[in-house]
Design a binder for this molecule. Structure first.
Ligand SMILES: [Zn+2]
Length: 439
């Protein structure tokens, strides 16, 4: 296999890492420090409060797209038409103002103690409550009585563990929760869903008829007789967001290698609570930027496109728009790699579509062993869980790769740049360069 000179140099550096003498350490630093420092810089920047969690409050997505455009340009990429920006519109539910929740006299911290359901309606006022315990859901008579007394009140549903219930019971519970959130016949003012699980947020392109809060509790019993709340909510029908797309010309221009990563995240839940999205997915953008730099100084074998997708968290919208309005022929794609959650690697990487494109997967494993890079390259079948999916469905050979191990933070306020380890980032980067060189 032919390896680019730069990669050979990187590999030499890697070997040196195994014999840490002072002299070699000096060389090592000149070989690598730039990459990892730049990766950190990109993650810190995109996960900083300036970018407001890269969602739809305060133009977070737009600011991030501007920054990515600037970096694409300075890393030597060219736009396909006149602009790096590919615009598209979506509806989106947002919480741009005050988010305050007080239960039974105790003021809760947004993001720490509670989440607003992403599709929630806005609400303001002081309410009394109706408590629903789990057994009540399975007794229609009791449930009917409770619901008929809930006019203008907040329903508080007890926490539960899904594994304590049978399939049929779980369906009844889910139906009840859906009734609380979505049903026009729900006469309650809103609902509080108590949980003992980790708080994991999301986004929504629709709005529910009722406000819903997810509140974390430790104890089973939680005396909540009053709910004092203010939730400023704005549903935007036509929000303009964007993908950022660029390329670098290769020695062979008949085929394209494509690197993708979404840059959007969950944004803000109110005007104070930011979801920084360092691992998800500032880290993937950092990988894209490092690869762009690599190919700026070493012309790639194939022309190489870089796509930073918007709207991933609210339904893979950027990649969907792109495959419907492609800036190059999708048939020309030799291989696509989608990066999401690239910031750990303590337990290696997981390769979605690994069993679909077995030959390429085996090549990854072989290279990884040959150069002694990641602790593990793990195989997985197809999964429509990130932006590669829309391409894969159109027959584009593609992997979606994410790192394993390390931090637990995910879709919460703790996914921060300061705690993102980037454990295997450099070796991961080297593996990708070697893999693409072998295509
Ligand atoms: Zn993601």
């Amino acid at each position: 296999m032919k390896l680019a000179t730069d990669y050979l140099q990187l590999t030499t550096c890697n070997l040196m890492k195994k014999n840490l003498t002072f002299y070699l350490l000096l060389i090592l630093n000149t070989c690598f420090s730039q990459d990892i420092n730049y990766a950190r810089e990109v993650v810190q920047k995109l996960a900083s409060p300036t970018f407001k969690g890269r969602g739809y409050v305060g133009n977070g997505d737009g600011l991030a797209a501007q920054y990515i455009t600037k970096e694409f340009r300075s890393n030597g990429l060219h736009p396909f038409k006149n602009s790096f920006i590919q615009k598209f519109t979506t509806s989106v539910n947002t919480f741009p103002g005050v988010v305050r929740l007080n239960l039974g006299g105790e003021t809760l911290k947004p993001g720490v103690d509670f989440l607003v359901d992403p599709g929630s309606q806005g609400v303001s006022g002081k309410f009394s409550t109706v408590r629903v315990k789990l057994p009540d859901i399975f007794d229609l008579e009791v449930l009917r009585k409770l619901l008929s007394s809930s006019q203008g009140k907040f329903i508080v549903l007890d926490p539960f563990n899904r594994k304590d219930f049978e399939k049929e019971q779980l369906k009844q519970i889910d139906d009840f929760v859906n009734f609380l959130k979505y049903h026009p016949n729900n006469i309650a003012a809103g609902s509080i869903l108590l949980t003992r699980n980790k708080l994991t947020w999301g986004g929504s392109t629709t709005q529910n008829p009722k406000p819903t809060f997810i509140v974390k509790v430790d104890a089973d019993a939680f005396p909540i007789d009053t709910v004092e709340v203010r939730l400023d909510q704005v549903f935007i029908n036509k929000y303009q967001t964007q993908n950022v797309v660029g390329y670098i010309k290769g020695q062979n221009t008949d085929s394209l290698v494509v690197f993708t990563a979404h840059y959007d995240h969950l944004g803000m839940m109110g005007n104070e609570t930011v979801f920084p999205g360092a691992n998800d997915n500032a880290s993937g953008i950092a990988m894209l930027m490092n690869l762009a730099r690599q190919y700026r100084s070493n012309q790639p074998k194939y022309s190489t496109a870089f796509i930073a997708f918007g709207g991933e968290e609210i339904g893979l919208l950027g990649s969907q728009y792109f495959v419907e309005n492609p800036l190059f022929e999708l048939e020309k794609i030799k291989f696509l790699i989608n990066f999401d959650l690239s910031g750990t690697g303590d337990d290696g990487i997981q390769v979605v579509n690994g069993s679909v494109y077995r030959e390429q997967f085996d090549q990854l494993v072989e290279l990884n062993e040959e150069y002694d890079l990641l602790p593990q390259v793990k195989i997985r079948g197809e999964a429509c869980n990130s932006d590669h999916c829309l391409f894969y469905r159109r027959g584009v050979p593609s992997f979606f790769i994410y790192t394993l191990g390390g931090i637990q933070a995910y879709h919460d306020i703790y996914d921060k740049a300061e705690t993102l380890p980037l454990t295997e980032f450099e070796d991961y980067f080297r593996l990708m360069v070697a893999f693409v060189e072998g295509l």
